[in-house]
Design a protein around this ligand. Structure first.
Ligand code: PGA
Length: 249
């Protein structure tokens, strides 16, 4: 049986002082949980988070990574640097990276490969816009985004990767996909991987993200192919985040 994962994407939020409280509240509650818990702070706070989470069982992740390994790439952060600061995970292809910063499927696939080469577990984010859903192309969009990684890295790469289905129209809007809508896409993602390798598909952790709250988490996580959540807004409030973790436990 797949273990559930709840991941907190802090986005560009936080401060040394705010993080201190949030990290300590989360670490204190984790011994009572059976799901895996991970937090994704902004780059400058990785060192603070690594220290604060040491020995807690809470995993650390970064929100993006460079596709390059080192050199003259001003503003970029390499996968080996993230590994040095204790990161286990890295988010890739989040819709804000794709939409606001022009990350293409090809760039996301290159970053996926760079992350794995450094021993990080990529959390590959996939999802359709509202216009794409309304035009009936949800499945095609998600399949195309997933294919670009499968084509480049092969299905074996999915053994040490996580997928997050995040409908763009549900992110930060308060509009959650219904459990049935989410389950339909999760099942399609797993089926696409299963065509290449049924065993890999069965073990693949697929998170749902997009306005997950304490009120809707349990029903979402109860779906057959939903293995946890990628949480944005609610991950900044310890009480809400921990209630979501409890729903996954
Ligand atoms: P949200 O964000 O929970 O605030 O909708 C989710 C995400 O962007 O990962």
């Amino acid at each position: 049986m797949r273990k559930k994962l709840v991941a907190g994407n802090w986005k560009m939020n936080g401060s040394l002082r705010q993080n201190e409280v949030l990290l300590s509240d989360i670490s204190a509650a984790v011994p009572g949980l059976t799901c895996e818990v991970a937090v994704f702070p902004p780059y400058p706070y990785l060192a603070q988070s690594q220290l604060a989470l040491a020995g807690s069982g809470v995993a650390l992740g970064a929100q993006s990574v460079s596709e390059y390994t080192q050199g003259a790439f001003t503003g970029e952060v390499s996968a080996s640097m993230l590994a040095e600061f204790g990161c286990r995970y890295v988010l890739l292809g989040h819709s804000e990276r794709r939409g606001l910063f022009g990350e293409t499927d090809a760039v996301v696939a290159a970053k996926f490969e760079a992350a794995q080469k450094a021993g990080l577990i990529p959390v590959l984010c996939l999802g359709e816009t509202l216009a794409e859903r309304e035009s009936g192309s949800t499945m095609a969009v998600v399949a195309r985004q997933l294919s670009s990684v499968l084509d480049r890295s092969g299905v074996g790469a999915m053994v040490s990767a996580v997928v997050a289905y995040e409908p763009v129209w549900a992110i930060g809007t308060g509009m959650t996909a219904s459990p049935a809508q989410a389950q339909e896409v999760h099942a399609a993602i797993r089926a696409q991987v299963a065509v290449l390798d049924a065993g890999v598909a069965e073990g693949l952790c697929i998170l749902y993200g997009g306005s997950v709250k304490p009120q809707n988490a349990e029903e979402l996580f109860g779906q057959a192919d939903i293995d946890g959540g990628l949480i944005g807004g609610a991950a900044l409030v310890a009480d809400d985040f921990l209630k979501i973790c409890l729903a996954a436990s």
